[in-house]
Design a protein around this ligand. Structure first.
Ligand code: GSF
Length: 221
């Protein structure tokens, strides 16, 4: 087997989701830093691998796969005999898939990326209140998903958890999770922090939080 190569940077939530998956599967890989803050993803060499110029990117032999969700599903399907992270049972898998699409569209794109573009990339000092509402809406949904369950797609750890913890542990830099209002969510975060390989997310989440905290912004009413 060719050595897997993962391209990205630790501060990036979807890169961390893939790192968590690689650690859960105990797969060796080479990590190649592509720093999007200095536009390294726009190099000719990187564009040849990923014309959409996003991180994470996984290189497996001649194959280049991007989008964290696609990478995570590929890794489990190809390299794990145990399907617990991404069940083969079609109905169970559909629930995990729903959560992954939810992470991609509602949590990452509509909540995390939207506010991060304003605060970190455009240096906006007054954020529209819709951006904060998008975060609390995401928290409201996951609180509901977790009702009566320990994990995002039911009672066992799946890719849904590894994906969602990467973005939710970054969103807390903007809106802390109120344990009284979000009892299930705050317990789930604590459960995720106990994973033996959680450091794969913790380091980058702290870097991300540090970048957000270094900015000053208010919320427009
Ligand atoms: C999002 C990738 C993405 O936007 C995934 O892989 O899950 N749905 C995709 N990555 C950002 C970095 S980040 O916000 O963590 C990225 O690569 N931006 C640089 C660019 O040129 O788009």
């Amino acid at each position: 087997m060719a050595i897997l190569k993962l391209y990205g940077l630790d501060a990036s939530p979807p890169v961390r989701a893939v790192k968590l998956t690689l650690a859960a599967l105990q797969l060796d890989y080479e990590f190649i830093v592509v720093d999007v803050t200095s536009k390294q993803q726009l190099s000719k060499e990187y564009l040849a691998k990923n014309p959409q110029h996003t991180v994470p990117l996984l290189e497996d032999g001649d194959a280049c796969i991007w989008d964290s969700h696609a990478i995570m599903c590929y890794l489990v399907s190809k390299y794990s005999r145990d399907d617990s992270l991404y069940p083969r049972d079609l109905l169970k898998r559909a629930v995990v898939d729903q959560r992954l699409h939810f992470e991609s569209g509602v949590v990452f794109a509509n909540a995390l990326r939207a506010i991060t573009k304003l605060v970190l990339f455009f240096g906006v000092t007054e954020v529209p209140k819709e951006r904060i509402e998008a975060i609390t809406e995401a928290y409201d949904f996951v609180e509901l998903f977790l009702k009566g369950h320990s994990y995002m797609a039911g009672d066992q750890l799946t890719l849904a958890d590894l994906s969602l913890i990467s973005s939710i542990s970054s969103l807390v830099a903007y809106v802390p999770v109120d344990a009284a209002k979000y009892f299930n969510l705050s317990n789930w975060i604590k459960r995720m922090e106990l994973l033996p390989y959680y450091e794969q997310n913790a380091k980058g989440a702290a870097m991300f939080a540090g970048a957000v905290k270094s900015k000053t912004f208010t919320v427009a009413q």
